[in-house]
Design a binder for this molecule. Sequence first.
Ligand SMILES: [Ca+2]
Length: 98
Amino acid sequence: MADKLGGEGPIGELCSGFQLLVDADKGVITFESLKNNSSILGLQDLSDDDLRSMLREGDFHGDGALNQMEFCVLMFRLSSDLKALGHEFDLNDNPARP
Ligand SMILES: [Ca+2]
């Protein structure tokens, strides 16, 4: 699945976290699934409020959950924020347009 969405680049890696956090029954990331699986991504130190604001920030449609596209966009934005803080992420290795 992640292969189809993002290939091998950093975007694909960012999106692949979705599979770790998704609520298998609902097919989206909910507050509960995020909280239950947060330790997988090293997010266990985040408070409930932090997790909620993460969901809010990525939730375009206002349903309180993140689908895969919303999660990818959120992760991309968070990684861009990290980049701004001085961490290097190579997000420009997609083939150039013809
Ligand atoms: Ca949503």
